[in-house]
Design a protein around this ligand. Sequence first.
Ligand code: AMP
Length: 282
Amino acid sequence: MEVITKVDEFLKLRSKYNFSTRVGFVPTMGALHEGHLSLIDEMVGECDFRVVSIFVNPMQFDERADFDKYPRDLDQDLKILRSKNIDAVFVPEVDEIYPFGKNGFEFVLPDRFKGKMCASSREGHFEGVCSVIVKLFNIVRPNFVYFGQKDYLQAKIVESLIEDMFLNCVINVLPTVRDKNDVALSSRNSLLSDDEMKDAEALIRCLNFVDRLIRNGETDTEGLLKLSRDFLKSFEKFELEYLEFYDAVGLRRLENVMDAQARLIAIAGRIGKVRLIDNKIL
Ligand code: AMP
């Protein structure tokens, strides 16, 4: 497994692989957990040249403090990846990816994504995701890329970006991996105490609660939101940021969940300063 920090070095390695090679890529911000590993395992099964990147992308953080305290453990990550049949790990510094600093090109998020889920609560977040994805995809030139359903809107935006920018690869979106209490795995979970982890169950418990309400005939999303707010009161440390309902395919916002065949229920909130998200397709 080669560990590469420079774009030029990566391009040199990449040029050895010809058109018949299936190049797979899993972009991550590190602090790897079983959720990342599910994407990596899928890639290893499908591709011949397997690439993982570890890059905490400053452009996608709307709060400097969140970027600073984001968990990082490169030695442990590399140890995990060495056991996984990965060919190359790309671990660039910020200057390597953003050589023009604040004078580099930036993306504008299309209107159809604006105001939805984390696009409304995290200013500039997805514009920063688009920047880093286009740069990383241009460096790695993957045929197959792997993303998690946990970051549903991110996966949808990347899917759209691939199409719009002719990035010429296939995206696979894989199910959310959860811990024994059903909490979605996230690098940020390591920032929570045991006590706070109990309240991190609020997200999936609330999604399951909504699922039960819908099955029992409550289909109006205003009503679902009101009942959910009451339900969430028992998770004292959890502060709801949003609970939103969409048509899972076109991301049209729903007033009544019966207006779509597949619905996306998306939730986000904070425990202290740690922001968590989850979702369910019903
Ligand atoms: P991150 O390191 O948080 O940027 O995540 C890298 C990739 O892993 C993204 O495509 C995420 O959606 C995916 N991912 C994060 N958590 C999970 C999880 N619990 N299950 C499956 N995929 C995940």
